[in-house]
Design a protein around this ligand. Structure first.
Ligand code: NAD
Length: 254
C-alpha cells in the first residue's frame, strides 16, 4: 500500500474529549480532514455541538457533539455508548480533556489536587478503558492520550505539582495499556505538547518568560500538533504503541 494511503481515515470513527476547542478541536479537525467521522465530547455540551457542526461543514464528514464530564464513569460510558449507537463503532479515541491549577504545593488544598488528578489522569483512564472495550470487541483501534512536557520536566517558574504528577501518570498509564492491549490490536500512545497557544495559557503573564526559556523563542500553535495526531490515529503508525511523542520546539532538551 502506498504510504500516503495509510493516512486515509475514510470510514473511521473518532472521538475527542475536551474537543470543543484548543488542542482537542485541532485533533478532531486533523482526523476529519483525512475523512474520519468525529464525535466531539466536552463538559460544555453546547460548544461541543457547535464545534461538531463547524467540522461537519468544513470537512464534509459526519460529526456529533456529546456533553460529558470525563471524571464521571457513568457519563464516560454514556458518551461512548451514544457515539457507538450513532456511528456504529469507535476506531480512534483522543483522551484529551485537561486543566491546570497553579498553586504552591504547601498551599494546595486536597480539593484542588483531586480536581486536577480526576480530570487529567482518572479522566484519561476512564475514557481509554471505555473506548478500549469497544475496540477490543471490534478487533482493534488507536487511543491517543494528551500528556504534556510537564510529565517529563518540572516547568518553572509557576508551581504546578498536581499537573506535573497527573501528566507523568498519563505517560505511564499509556505504556501500561499499550502492553496489556498489544496483542488485541489496540494501540495506545501519548502526545506531550510544550507550551501551545490555547485558552489554557492565552494571556498568561508568564508567556514572555516561557518564550525566553524556549530554544524556539515562541509558543507552539495547536495546528502544529495535527501531524503527529494524524500519524498516531492512522495505519501509518501500525507498529507504534506505548510511545510518547514530545512536541515542544526543543523546550525539554535544555
Ligand atoms: P483548553 O482549555 O483550550 O481546552 C480544554 C477543553 O477541555 C475545554 O473545551 C474544556 O471545556 C474541556 N474540559 C475541561 N474539563 C473537562 C471535563 N471534566 N470533562 C470534559 N471536558 C472537559 O486547553 P488545551 O490547551 O486545548 O488543552 C487540551 C489538553 O492539552 C489538556 O490535557 C492539557 O493539559 C494539554 N496540554 C496543553 C498545553 C498547552 O500549552 N495548551 C501543553 C501541554 C498539554
Amino acid at each position: 500500500m502506498n504510504i500516503m494511503d495509510k493516512f486515509c481515515l475514510k470510514g473511521r470513527k473518532a472521538i475527542v474529549t475536551g474537543g470543543a476547542q484548543g488542542i482537542g478541536f485541532n485533533y478532531a479537525s486533523a482526523v476529519a480532514a483525512a475523512g474520519a467521522d468525529v464525535a466531539i465530547a466536552d463538559i460544555n455540551g453546547e460548544k461541543a455541538r457547535e464545534t461538531a457542526e463547524q467540522i461537519a461543514g468544513e470537512y464534509h464528514v459526519k460529526a456529533m457533539g456529546i456533553q460529558a464530564d470525563v471524571t464521571s464513569p457513568e457519563q464516560v460510558e454514556r458518551m461512548c455508548r451514544e457515539m457507538a449507537e450513532e456511528m456504529g463503532r469507535i476506531d480512534i479515541a483522543f483522551c484529551n480533556a485537561g486543566i491546570s491549577i497553579n498553586v504552591p504545593a504547601e498551599e494546595m488544598t486536597y480539593e484542588q489536587w483531586r480536581k486536577v488528578i480526576d480530570i487529567n489522569l482518572t479522566g484519561v483512564f476512564l475514557t481509554a478503558t471505555a473506548a478500549g472495550r469497544y475496540m477490543i470487541r471490534q478487533g482493534g483501534g488507536s487511543i491517543i492520550n494528551t500528556a504534556s512536557m510537564s510529565g517529563h520536566i518540572v516547568n518553572i517558574p509557576q508551581p504546578q505539582v498536581a499537573y506535573n504528577a497527573s501528566k507523568a501518570g498519563v505517560i505511564m498509564l499509556t505504556k501500561s495499556l499499550a502492553v496489556e492491549w498489544a496483542d488485541k490490536n489496540v494501540r495506545v500512545n501519548s502526545i506531550s505538547p510544550g507550551y501551545i497557544m490555547t485558552d489554557l495559557i492565552r494571556g498568561h503573564e508568564l508567556i514572555p518568560r516561557w518564550t525566553e526559556l524556549s530554544p524556539s523563542s515562541r509558543m507552539g500553535n495547536p495546528e502544529e500538533l495535527q501531524g503527529v495526531a494524524l500519524y498516531l490515529a492512522s495505519d501509518a503508525s501500525s507498529f507504534t504503541t506505548g510511545s510518547d511523542f514530545v512536541v515542544d520546539g526543543a523546550y525539554t532538551c535544555v
